[in-house]
Design a protein. Structure first.
Length: 220
């Protein structure tokens, strides 16, 4: 049986112990996999329960450990958004995932968290201004012109500009707004503005047609 599985799955190694552990894990996740005696009566094997077709529902494909670990690493990379609307969405998704996760998978996930450690992120960098991210993301989604007031340096008059916002560029730990000045030509390069330099954002009751942007066209 193990030899047949190795051949069908293209594996070079597969031990009975690994096979048993995986079958037990599938059972703990709700799959109708039973541990039953083999025809000789002396050994046990694993098989899909016969009543799975008659009312015992096979659960939809669950999230894999790799998928969950990838999400957790992504979450750690985005800790700079703690306290903002984006972090609210991240945490809401995490709670939903963990709520429906089998206990066995939670245990494996806790162990897997020790594999990756994210450094260089400034946690809660924008927590003091949660509405800034919300206003910018909303204007980008709705293709809405914004008026931006920048922080003034050395008592100078604050600079104001009207922009067509297109992207929030995340370069941990910084976030920059990619935008075009209102009325600029199609061949004009976009501006990249560190959102920490923005003192105020006012969405205007004016929309625009977003420009087509390719990754290679974005300024460094």
């Amino acid at each position: 049986m193990v030899g047949l599985l190795k051949e069908r799955l293209g594996l070079t190694r597969l031990s009975p112990r690994t096979l048993r552990r995986d079958c037990e894990f599938l059972g703990s996740c709700g799959y109708p996999v039973d541990h039953v005696p083999l025809p000789d009566g002396r050994k046990y094997g694993w098989q899909l329960a016969k009543d799975s077709v008659n009312g015992r529902k096979i659960p939809s494909e669950p999230l894999t450990l790799l998928e969950l670990v990838a999400f957790m690493v992504g979450r750690d990379l985005l800790r700079t958004f703690e306290g903002t609307i984006l972090w609210t969405g991240i945490e809401s998704l995490r709670h939903k995932l963990e709520r429906d996760m089998p206990a066995a998978m939670l245990e494996r996930l806790e162990a897997a968290k020790h594999v990756f450690h994210v450094r260089g992120v400034d946690p809660a960098r924008y927590a003091a201004r949660p509405r800034l991210i919300s206003a910018l993301s909303g204007a980008i989604t709705d293709a809405q012109v914004i008026e931006v007031e920048k922080h003034a340096d050395n008592g100078a008059v604050p600079e104001r500009m009207r922009l067509q916002p297109h992207r929030l560029i995340i370069e941990p730990p910084l976030v920059r707004l990619l935008a075009f000045p209102v009325g600029s030509d199609q061949d004009v390069s976009p501006l990249l503005l560190d959102i920490e330099k923005i003192a105020k954002v006012t969405p205007l009751d004016v929309t625009f047609v977003p420009r087509t942007l390719r990754a290679e066209d974005l300024p460094p």
